[in-house]
Every structure is written in C-alpha cells, then in structure tokens.
Design a protein around this ligand. Sequence first.
Ligand SMILES: [Cu+2]
Length: 69
Amino acid sequence: MSNIQIKIDGMTCGGCAKSVTNALQQCRGVNSVNVDHVSGLAQIDYDPQQISVQELKTAIEDSGFDVIN
Ligand SMILES: [Cu+2]
C-alpha cells in the first residue's frame, strides 16, 4: 500500500470534498481517502499494483476539480 498527497484546486466547501472523496473511493485499488477543502489536500492510501497516480489524478479531474501537482 502506498500513500500520496495530492493538491487540488477549486474546492470551496465540504460538499466539494465529499464529491472528490466519493470519486476516489469508487476507484479500484483505493484503500482510504481523506480530503480537506480548506487546505485543498487529498491524502490517499492506494495499491500501486491496481491504480496509478495518473489514474487517481484523472478521477479527481473527472469529478470537476483541478489537480495542482
Ligand atoms: Cu463545495
């Protein structure tokens, strides 16, 4: 299991954070997710054998937000 912190732009409230959380939790290989809209940070525990960092970022962008790093 690996852990990554991804910085997200565009989240303004807890509802935004929930949208990102839901999108990530639907991805295979994602173990746990913690998204904070104030800092704009997503902490993700994932299995690198099942999902790549690029796929995680794509899932975030598909939920309507921008990935900064
Ligand atoms: Cu919001």
